[in-house]
Ligand binder design. Structure first.
Ligand SMILES: [Ca+2]
Ligand SMILES: [Ca+2]
Ligand SMILES: [Ca+2]
Ligand SMILES: [Ca+2]
Length: 476
């Protein structure tokens, strides 16, 4: 008997070591296990473990996890959507057992109570009377996470005198990762994922959890055990178990009305508060699968949480599945990354461009015979004089400058058509024999569609400037 036992044990150790070596060979340099793309949605999903149509907008990422106890390997599909202020996930994984029978009390034939557990297991080694769990580590600043993922915090085999599988901690002081830990008995009933973190704390008697910590806030569960540790301390209207939890606000003093082999939940649950209450989650078990929805604000402001503060960045994470396992979970190789897809660009809806109403500037070139600046009935226009128009046009879409030129017609009339609103300067080109009576430059601020008329240039023949001296030479 002894020999057989030793052989089995040896074989186990050998296969475990071989597996670890193979795993290490495969994991080094493999890098990212996959990319999960979060897509922008306008309506948040309801976190109830029942996927709604909104998830159809997201593409699933599949990650295979291996190396755990019980089922040992699982296929996890993940989806993600986000809104202006929150990010949500949908996870689904195969698990042939809905494991909820976590360390329950059981009444014995002799009327005493015992808490069901596997005898002589080391710390963290309960893999029979336990619960299903799901965990993700979101990297904050852990060196090596990009290539090794969660495994960089895994220190298997440490403190093997007391620990079933070892410790979890980051390598260097100041390095931290955000842990999201769904516990199907302890946090799922109240609709939360336990919000935790890992840092570089090493194992000691004072710190038996090493680097694993919970975010500050009300602890969402506690053991249902009396002061002498001989029976449950509470029961509830829905006991005996299942369910394998009792809601804190429904608990009643334990009154032993139960029959032999009845079981009572070993855990009292309540909603967490504060930093520990950042992640809502709900998982539903059906047909050999867990389906879980969970979500969180993009930013929490906590040093113990990853902050999705820049949706143009990549966020590294790793996923683990616990099948009725306290510590020995299945894990993914390398690190996955979350990216946020840019929200779809709305089709630009510019206001319809109004058909430009053509403006015009016109006027006359007038022979102002008497130089009074006014067109008198006898005064006529001057033909074939050049008029130039300089403009600066600002339509709101573009600014442009231009020069136009025209000549006056037989009536001395000129006109510039098809003008946009703008600031214009009209200049007449002088000709020999005339002097301007009015300014040879006219400023016009033209409104959209305006016809600016009678921008007249008055010119007096130089000959007319000579005083009529004929009388002076009249010798009479
Ligand atoms: Ca839902
Ligand atoms: Ca299970
Ligand atoms: Ca938190
Ligand atoms: Ca956290």
């Amino acid at each position: 008997m002894k020999i057989v036992k030793r052989r089995v044990s040896k074989r186990f150790n050998k296969s475990f070591v071989t597996g670890l070596v193979i795993w290490l060979i495969f994991s080094i340099g493999l890098g990212s296990a996959g990319t999960l793309t979060s897509v922008k949605v306008t309506t948040a999903p309801v976190i109830d473990g029942m996927p709604e149509a909104i998830w159809d907008q997201a593409t699933a990422m599949t990650v295979n996890v291996t190396g755990g106890v019980n089922t040992g390997s699982h296929t996890v599909t993940l989806k993600s959507v986000y809104t202006d202020d929150s990010v949500y996930f949908l996870a689904k994984w195969n698990d042939p057992t809905e494991s909820l029978r976590r360390l329950p009390w059981q009444k014995q034939a002799n009327g005493t109570w015992i808490q069901l557990k596997t005898p002589n297991v080391k710390e963290g080694g309960e893999n029979t009377f336990y619960e299903d769990k799901f965990a993700q580590i979101w990297n904050i600043n852990i060196s090596g996470f990009e290539t090794s993922g969660c495994f960089t915090t895994c220190h298997a085999g440490e403190n093997s005198d007391v620990k079933d599988f070892g410790n979890k901690y980051t390598s260097n002081p100041g390095e931290i990762g955000d842990i999201w830990h769904m516990k199907m008995v302890r946090t799922n009933p109240t609709g939360y994922i336990d919000d935790q973190y890992v840092d570089s704390t090493r194992y000691s008697n004072a710190t038996p959890d090493a680097g694993r910590h919970s975010d500050p806030g009300l602890v969402p569960y506690y053991n249902n055990i009396n002061a002498t540790q001989t029976a449950p301390n509470f029961t509830s209207a829905d006991q005996p178990a299942p369910p394998y939890w009792i809601f804190d606000d429904q608990k009643q003093p334990f009154n032993d009305i139960y029959m032999a082999s009845d079981e009572i939940a070993g855990i009292i649950v309540r909603p967490p508060t504060g930093d520990r209450a950042d992640i809502k989650g709900k998982a539903v078990y059906m047909d050999g699968n867990w389906t879980m929805e969970y979500g969180r604000n993009l930013t929490t402001g906590s040093q113990y949480d990853t902050q999705f503060s820049d949706i143009t960045k990549e966020y590294l994470f790793g996923t683990a599945i616990f099948d009725n396992a306290q510590t020995r979970h299945s894990y993914e190789t390398g690190a996955s990354k979350l990216i946020f897809a840019a929200p779809p660009t709305p089709t630009p809806t510019f206001p319809p461009t109004p058909a430009p109403m053509a403006g015009s500037i016109s006027g006359f070139k007038i022979q102002d015979l008497n130089g009074n600046g006014v067109r008198d009935p006898a005064e006529r226009g001057l033909q074939n004089w050049t008029i130039r128009l300089t403009g600066i046009v600002d339509t709101g879409i573009e600014t442009r400058a231009f020069n136009l030129e025209t000549t006056t017609n037989a009536d001395g009339f000129y006109m510039f058509n098809n003008l946009s609103a703008g600031t214009y300067i009209i200049v007449e080109e002088m000709q020999t024999g005339f002097v301007p009576v009015s300014s040879p430059v006219i400023n016009v601020i033209l409104k959209q569609g305006e016809a600016s008329e009678n921008n007249n240039f008055m010119n007096r023949p130089v000959l007319n400037l000579i005083p009529d001296l004929s009388g002076m030479f009249r010798w009479t």
